[in-house]
Design a protein around this ligand. Structure first.
Ligand SMILES: *[C@@H]1O[C@H](CO)[C@@H](O)[C@H](O)[C@H]1NC(C)=O
Ligand SMILES: *[C@@H]1O[C@H](CO)[C@@H](O)[C@H](O)[C@H]1NC(C)=O
Ligand SMILES: *[C@@H]1O[C@H](CO)[C@@H](O)[C@H](O)[C@H]1NC(C)=O
Length: 250
């Protein structure tokens, strides 16, 4: 049976000194931890590595009705104190729920949705899970129109960047310090009556310069740029030539 993948995507940026994007994809199919890991490694990068903030974000996913979901956490060498991530990241594991981890036989880690905290459970438990794809934002020091920027990113890297959370914004802003332009292009576009991320990411988080979406942007203001000094999005003329931020594989 082919698992159904719900495309409910969060883009979370983490890593304190380097900007690493983790895109989490919810797989609404129940599997054991090992099978979930196999599935993620086949179709994406790995089972999700999840920080405390990401766990909170993922726990609010309305597509998930299960009380628990798998992430890439597992016990190492039968030691209750020794856990690591399937993807090998050096992400802190510091948000266990009270009295967890609590049983040496429970060697896989999941998130309990109503507390957004870690629990250890037996690995054979069938649970839905999150897979991740990992990217790094890269500032391109070239002045291009929005369309040219999109083409450049898709030809040379993966896509124009999405800024779908506060932490994500901060990471990109940190990444654009050397930009030659005050604004940089993002993957934000207005077409047939609404704004969207060209990567298909969720547009729940918003940081527009005006309150709410610019519902009816002027005809020539249909592309979204990041204002690096004010940390906000600004609708701009797509023909303006700006530096821009792409996402690449690490
Ligand atoms: C945790 O497991 C790794 C890999 O097996 C091992 O190298 C390390 O010494 C272990 N750490 C502790 C505290 O047991
Ligand atoms: C891009 O535009 C900025 C501002 O107009 C300018 O300072 C910079 O030199 C330009 N960069 C390139 C590569 O042409
Ligand atoms: C961005 O840079 C600031 C200042 O150096 C730092 O405090 C913050 O943690 C960085 N944010 C991210 C997401 O990298």
């Amino acid at each position: 049976m082919k698992p159904t993948v719900t495309v409910f995507i969060f883009l979370s940026l983490f890593g304190l000194n380097f900007s690493l994007y983790r895109k989490h994809i919810f797989v609404n199919e129940i599997m054991t931890w090992e099978n979930a890991q196999k599935y993620c490694r086949k179709h994406h990068d790995d089972l999700s590595t999840v920080s405390k903030e990401e766990a909170q974000q993922l726990s609010t996913n309305p597509e998930n009705n299960n009380a628990h979901f798998w992430i890439g956490l597992h016990m190492i060498s039968n030691n209750l104190e020794n856990w690591s991530w399937s993807g090998g990241e050096d992400q802190k594991i510091d948000y266990w729920d009270i009295r967890q981890p609590n049983d040496i036989a429970e060697q896989c880690g999941c998130v309990r949705r109503n507390t957004a905290k870690l629990h250890n459970v037996v690995c054979s438990l069938p649970l839905p899970f999150y897979c991740m794809e990992v990217f790094v934002p890269i500032l391109v020091h070239q002045n291009k129109t929005w369309d040219e920027s999109l083409n450049y990113c898709r030809q040379n890297y993966i896509d124009l960047v999405s800024l779908s959370s506060q932490i994500n914004m901060e990471g990109v802003i940190n990444n654009t310090i050397t930009s030659q332009t005050a604004y940089v292009w993002t993957g934000l576009r207005f077409m047939v009556g609404h704004w969207f991320w060209v990567s298909g990411d969720n547009l729940q988080y918003k940081a527009w310069s005006t309150v709410g979406d610019p519902q009816c942007p002027a005809r020539n203001l249909h592309c979204g740029a990041l204002d690096r000094s004010r940390n906000i999005w600004q609708p701009k003329d797509c023909e303006e030539k700006l530096n821009f931020v792409c996402l690449r594989k690490p």
